[in-house]
Ligand binder design. Sequence first.
Ligand SMILES: C[S@@+](CC[C@H](N)C(=O)[O-])C[C@H]1O[C@@H](n2cnc3c(N)ncnc32)[C@H](O)[C@@H]1O
Length: 309
Amino acid sequence: MFAQSHFENSLLYDTKPLGGNRVQTLDEASLEFETLLDYLKYSRECDLTHYKRSTLMRRFRHRMQRINIDTYENYLQYLQCDSEEHLALLSDVLINFTGFFRDYNAWIYLATEVIPKIIDCKPSDEPIRVWSAGCATGAEIYSLLILLAEVLGVEFCQQRLQCYATDADRDTLHQAQNATYNDLEILDIPPDLLKKYFRQTTKGLTFSPKLRRIVTVKQHDLMKDAPLPAIDLLICRNVLIYFTPEAQNSILTRFHSVLNNTGFLFLGHTELVVHQRQLFTPVSLKQRIYAKGLEPELNRYPFITAQLG
Ligand SMILES: C[S@@+](CC[C@H](N)C(=O)[O-])C[C@H]1O[C@@H](n2cnc3c(N)ncnc32)[C@H](O)[C@@H]1O
């Protein structure tokens, strides 16, 4: 078995088949890998073809190392024999690293600058609809609710907000549903906010039930399922990076179609709208926040025109 760093760096790797060593070329490995993806797609209804190959291969090898398999071909055989293996693989592939207040300043900007503009543009009897797509354990949507409760009050949130937190990974959604976190997971929550919005339970620290009730948590695959309609704020952070450029474009087009005309899109720190620039206007490139629509609409947001200079 080869160490991960060896796999990462080498152009050739040793397949060690029965009957002696043989060196497999990258082309052979890629071909085997695509066969593996086809098998998963057509025989296990697990379509991973939209994800970037470099990340996928790294995650597959990680999984294969754990079960002591060193070629994609052997892994295919393993998948064919074990009807549960693709589920374990999927958990490894859908990297669900997350955290509360990741990129703290971006969240502050969102709560203090962007949300008030959304509220200004909406009649007071209409709900404000927020969608956290690829929410992982829910840390993201609950971070936002904490800030909004601080800025606007819990009552306003209860009356006006409709939040959706979705992810393709059922396991991680379970935690989003329970909104309960361990000591390590809550480390980045400022102590005063932790005290105010969480309570100790037998299972860990549980988020305020009053605010939790505002959020609908559900399974949703960005490539397969219809996007949620009439959204004012769409948070999709650190998800698009895992997809191929074609898949990213398709997701961004769908996001555009469901955002209200005065809606906003919030991406992760390393993500940019590159190919769909005609669909979104940057509000703050630094914080990766975009407005839907065309320039004239920006007149409604004085702070945006100021930013664009
Ligand atoms: C790195 S995490 C980001 C979590 C959170 N948005 C954040 O930034 O802290 C990526 C998340 O995207 C989810 N994901 C991956 N592919 C997806 C898909 N096709 N549809 C919905 N969610 C997906 C994964 O399950 C994972 O929870």
